[in-house]
Design a protein around this ligand. Structure first.
Ligand code: GLU
Length: 448
């Protein structure tokens, strides 16, 4: 290992001893950069890696809200503004009990490279709260969002930092957040958030964008392997926005999605989650107050495997769409045993290091999250463009742009991988391509 990379990895550990996920993400990116660092000694001189492990700014605040019984609750709110070399900070807000500093720092770090890959002018950030939206009433969600924005507003703006949704934050939450921002600012600055409803400045296709983008990415990789989506079976985890969009596109392209999963198990539907009724039911399930994946199994009369993950099901392609570290070594062994050749991460860092090493050692083609799922934030950036033009593109226009962006992400990953002598390495390629743009701009902007 290159001594500069080794030194900064050690420094990352020393400075962040308790931030497991953050360390994991930094290690994955930096170990891809060995040859880049050797080719560019000036990066060490300008402390590019040291600067990348220290977010531009970490904001932490108290969020007080009142439940329907009138009792007060306190949660912790965060915004990590990681890097703004490429453009204003951009990244989602996550509301989930697992949210902590390490998770958000890793997500913000990943976001910087992901956003750089999109070809669009956006920097990297992430935020959220350990608030658990599960089982909360609509009014409680509204009061939480208003309180959260009452602090966040001072740190964001259409040219400063533009949050969006992530786990636990969808169109409804973005609405309440924007309502509060508008009230505080006394102005209709809707470029400050993305993932908005169409009626007040959202982009067509934003809800579908992450899933559709993942499939455009897969299509492009398949072209290089003379493969096609038609006739292939897909095992997916999750059942939220990402899985829903991916399933819609898989079906449109002639593939067969057979699994979805939630926190308490997975559903196996050997007939395929292919009908409009089934796909729409995913949306219905998600919006129900006590959403539970078993509802799908009951309704469509198929297998529910309690407290298990979908990776023992034989499929041509696996797409984890749920959350970080959801696929461990045991799961990876099942995937290899099943003869699955393709594995595309649609969630952020869904694979543990041991599992990833095992998949790669066994010649599974892996598409990394920061590239595969970049379609979501890419369409967010298109939403920002439309807001500043005060004009809306048609669905076809957005789709065409998304398609081009995903193709260019695959092409630039392959190009970067080849340039440094790696053989079709989509992980190293994405890390190198994402990094090179950020580092080049940082060099031009001088020390800060
Ligand atoms: N949360 C999404 C992501 O992980 C979307 C972020 C955005 O649209 O800004 O990229």
């Amino acid at each position: 290992m290159n001594t500069y990379i080794e030194r900064v990895l050690q420094e990352t550990k020393d400075k962040n001893p308790n931030e497991k996920e953050f360390l994991q993400a930094v290690e994955e990116v930096f170990t891809s950069l060995e040859k880049v660092i050797e080719a560019h000694p000036e990066y060490e001189e300008h402390a590019i890696l040291e600067r990348l492990i220290e977010p531009d700014r970490v904001i932490e605040f108290r969020v007080v809200w009142e439940d329907d019984q009138g009792k007060a609750h306190v949660n912790r709110g965060y915004r990590i503004q990681h890097n703004s070399a490429v453009g204003p900070y951009k990244g989602g807000l996550r509301f989930h009990p697992t949210v902590n500093l390490s998770i958000l720092k890793f997500l913000a770090f990943e976001q910087t490279f992901k956003n750089s890959l999109t070809t669009l002018p956006i920097g990297g950030a992430k935020g959220g709260s350990d608030f658990d939206p599960h089982g909360k009433s609509d009014k409680e969600i509204m009061r939480f969002c208003q309180s959260f924005m009452s602090e966040l507003y001072r740190h964001i703006g259409k040219d400063i930092d533009v949050p969006a949704g992530d786990i636990g934050v969808g169109g409804r939450e973005i609405g309440y957040l924007f309502g509060q921002y508008k009230r505080i600012r006394n102005g209709f600055e809707n470029g400050v958030l993305t993932g908005k409803d169409l009626l007040y400045g959202g982009s067509l296709l934003r809800p579908e964008a992450t899933g559709y983008g993942a499939l455009y990415y897969i299509e492009e990789v398949f072209q290089h392997h003379n493969e096609s989506i038609k006739g292939k079976t897909f095992a997916l985890s999750g059942y939220g926005n990402v899985a829903w969009g991916a399933i819609k596109k898989i079906v449109e392209l002639g593939g067969k999605p057979v699994t979805i999963s939630g926190h308490n198990g997975y559903v196996y539907d050997p007939e395929g989650i292919t009908s409009e009724e089934k796909i729409n039911y995913l949306l219905e399930m998600r919006s129900s107050k006590d959403a539970n994946i078993k509802m799908y199994a009951d309704k469509f009369n198929c297998e529910f495997h309690e407290n298990e993950k979908p990776w023992s099901i034989k499929a041509d392609v696996c797409i984890p769409c749920a959350t970080q570290n959801e696929v461990d070594l045991e799961d990876a062994k099942k995937i290899v045993e099943n003869g699955t050749k393709y594995y595309f991460e649609a969630a952020n860092m869904p694979t543990t290091k041991e599992a990833l090493d095992y998949l790669l050692k066994n010649k599974v083609i892996v598409g990394p999250g920061k590239a595969v799922n970049a379609g979501g934030v890419a369409v967010s950036a298109l939403e920002m463009s439309q807001n500043s033009m005060r004009y809306a593109w048609t669905k076809e226009e957005v789709d065409e742009k998304l398609h081009q962006i995903m193709k260019s992400i695959v092409e630039s990953s392959i190009e970067a991988s080849n340039k440094y002598g790696y053989d079709f390495d989509l992980i190293k390629g994405a890390n190198i391509a994402g990094f090179e743009k950020v580092a080049t701009i940082m060099m031009k902007l001088g020390l800060y």
